[in-house]
Design a protein around this ligand. Structure first.
Ligand code: ADP
Ligand code: ADP
Length: 228
């Protein structure tokens, strides 16, 4: 089954320039797709349309074969991880991770919330830090909290917007391993924007190359980066 389907997606901003121009792509259930391309080519715009933070000018967006063009972000059942984490400084790690579950008030018991937060924090090795505030965490730990917040929702798919670009090289390597492990454990469909070739090579099932809003190529990482 297709998890996310883009059919001739176009995004025009006020000045009429097509930031995303006729993009079609079918992402299979459990697939990890890397989106690459130069700055300004439309990667963020595409992610934001998928998650529902930006209107689609034309084309069709399907999630699990459901047309979602007009659905609010919360009704799309996707989890996005931003580059700058966007953690709440006054909340503990536990409450930061639990936050999206509290927004769906009344639907989950306190016990279920606690269990989900513990599952996520165990997967991300954050168990010992649940009572701390973001200010007292390292950059890598903060990024893991941001991922924990995406995991607890048990959403249909993850969308990552350059999640590791603010980390130093060593941490990036560690987090890359962690994301790969998370993917093996959870098997969640993922769209992942990055500039980093190593991330594209090691994490992606397929790499989609965007240029000036146009999808130029979709291929396996090897065929893209290791051709002579
Ligand atoms: P990327 O994420 O690949 O760097 P973006 O999706 O941020 O690219 O931007 C794609 C193009 O759309 C750029 O030319 C950018 O200037 C333009 N753009 C992005 N957001 C807006 C906006 N809110 N209004 C007008 N133009 C925008
Ligand atoms: P990113 O590529 O990481 O989204 P940007 O600095 O390109 O970062 O964009 C930051 C914000 O400004 C985004 O919300 C984007 O939609 C908006 N933006 C980008 N380009 C333009 C533009 N030309 N006109 C208006 N808003 C823009």
């Amino acid at each position: 089954m297709s998890a996310i389907t883009l059919k001739n997606i176009v995004k025009k901003y006020g000045d009429g320039y097509a930031a995303v121009n006729d993009v079609s792509l079918e992402i299979a259930d459990g697939e990890f797709v890397i989106l690459v391309g130069p700055s300004g080519c439309g990667k963020s715009t595409l992610l934001r349309m998928i998650v529902g933070l930006e209107d689609i000018t034309s084309g069709e967006l399907l999630i699990a074969d459901d047309l979602v063009n007009d659905k609010a972000p919360r009704d799309r059942d996707l989890a996005m991880v931003f580059q700058n984490y966007a953690l709440y400084p006054h909340l503990t790690v536990f409450e930061n991770i639990a936050f999206p579950l509290r927004l769906t008030k009344g639907e989950l018991s306190e016990q279920e919330i606690t269990e989900r937060v513990r599952r996520a924090s165990s997967l991300l090795e954050l168990d010992e830090h649940l009572d701390r505030k973001p200010a007292n965490l390292s950059g890598g730990q903060r990024q893991r909290v941001a991922m924990g917040r995406a995991i607890v929702r048990e959403a249909r798919a993850f969308l990552f917007d350059e999640p590791l670009s603010n980390l130093d090289a060593k941490l990036r390597g560690q987090m890359r391993t962690e994301i790969a492990r998370m993917q093996r454990t959870l098997g969640t469909t993922t769209v992942y924007v990055t500039h980093d070739q190593t991330e594209a090579l090691t994490l992606g099932d397929r790499v989609a190359v965007l240029r000036k809003g146009v999808l130029q190529q979709v291929a396996s990482p090897r065929s893209l980066y290791e051709q002579p």
